[in-house]
Design a protein around this ligand. Sequence first.
Ligand code: SF4
Length: 181
Amino acid sequence: MAHNGTRAGIPNAPAAPTATIPFPAIPTTAPCKQHPDWYTHEESSSSQARQDIADARLGCAACPAAKKCLLWALANPDLTTVGIWASTTPYQRTVLRNRLVNRLGRNWVDVVQLKEKAKAERRAADRVDPPSVHHQALNDLHIQVTGRPLPWQPRRPVSAELAQAHREVLAQALRPQGVAA
Ligand code: SF4
């Protein structure tokens, strides 16, 4: 069994994480923290090693940090020369790195980072915030006064026109019954 650094309860805490790919935050319940010995084999050299690697892979398959862990492991070959990381063996990581270089070029880490950033920005832009309590109260009032719901436009800045429309609805709502504008 080959050991790399100290995996005692911590999955090989990186000595020098790259600036662009930080080591992901992993839960204390992550299998590599619970069973560090499963993750230290270099190859299936014995039936015990084969069983441990199979168990490690099952653990990684259910790990919420697997995608980030794999990216970090691929971007840090010097820190992941042995052991199982995100279900991969050292040989598999080398194959994956070579594929990434062929597909994206030598600066594949930067390319992947840029893609991930763009994806995160798209997700943030697509996010629909639920109506606030304030909006719901205003909506109830709008229905009472106009009979129509207030259109919900998340992330729409409150323009001068919209503020004026709100004021008119409020003024109408506050006007005593039977008094014309
Ligand atoms: S993917 Fe595997 S090696 Fe990576 S943090 Fe999760 S359990 Fe640990």
